[in-house]
Design a protein around this ligand. Sequence first.
Ligand code: PGA
Ligand code: ZN
Length: 422
Amino acid sequence: MPKIINVNGRQVFDSRGIPTIETEIHLDDGHYASAIVPSGASTGTYEAHELRDKENKDFLGKSVLKSVKNVNTEISKEIKNFDIFDQKKIDQVLIDLDGTKQKKRLGANSILSVSIAACKVAAVSKNISLYKYLSNSKKNSLPYPLMNIINGGAHANNTLRIQEFMIRPDKAKSFSEAVKICFLVIQKLKFLMNSKNLSTTVGDEGGFAPSLKNNEQAIEFILEAIDKAGFKTGKDVCICLDVASNELFKEGKYAVNNSNFENSKKTIEYYFNLISKYPIKSIEDPFSENDWISWSEFNKLIKSKKKNIQIVGDDLFVTNKERLSKGIKEKAANAILIKPNQIGTISETLEVINLAHKNKYNSIISHRSGDSEDTFIADLSVATNSSQIKTGSLSRSERVAKYNRLLKIEEELGKNVKMASI
Ligand code: PGA
Ligand code: ZN
């Protein structure tokens, strides 16, 4: 069995120009691989801890030099000579070495960089694709992309309240067709925005970030673009939203519609009207991370009205098994967003996905707003047969890199590979 001989962390930069950590692992068989961890802007309170040098003003408190040091000293010493194919053991040792619930001591960013680099180098050493190494099923499907084509909230400096306005090309029979449909809609949207003298500069996740009046105007622009691109709204291409409502929540009330804070009953009404009026098929984080009651009420309402809506927990579940279990028990949602850096190791990430699938929850593998050229999540989405992947618009190399990787995987899997069922 190939063994780890060297673990080397370094500080690099993410797509927003903010420091992050990259770790490289070398094996005694000569193989090596590296991983860069992403970082969020609208982060949930229950996420694993991202270690930054708050007191070091050289990088305005944002450097990750402590995290790098942890990898190069404690972690490196501990996992040297480990069998690279025993991912579970590597991850467990990292968890135990940290010893805290939210990975506060060593930092979830330090730990995850090692965990992902270990998976990658193991696949390289076996000379197989990463998704094959990570997968325990014989047949793999490709995920539907959720492309975030208009950015608002914490990802843009416009006044749009909802953070992400996404499209999902339900009509697509292959991943390449899915990307083509999104491409056509995005190009039409750009044309429409230009013709109305709206800015076509992009936000953190590559979607346009125009100054629009309200959420409805953003949705209507997208619907017009879908129509003008020659597709049927709702049938060929639907709309998916990420409200990221933690950011819009104060003292039990939400300011989703406009800047006025409304109680959760009114907010539920607002969402219900929105999904009745527009072909919206998915809503992420409609309520805050502690407001379990509103989540359950909304889910109950959706079911009783026989609306086929995906309700996605991101900040609610934070890729955490205990929080997902609570959500399953309380019937809070029917899908989970999966962000490996919310939990900190790949073994724990895979466990959460299994739990979700066992309970008929959809899993959506996700990037972060601060991301990089690392395409690990593309392989993860195929390995786990996740129904969707959320990795921004068809713009900005760190977003497109994941789509390009999936196109390669599609080619490798050959003609018979199917899209996941949604
Ligand atoms: P984040 O945004 O990476 O800034 O948290 C992505 C999301 O909320 O899904
Ligand atoms: Zn989200």
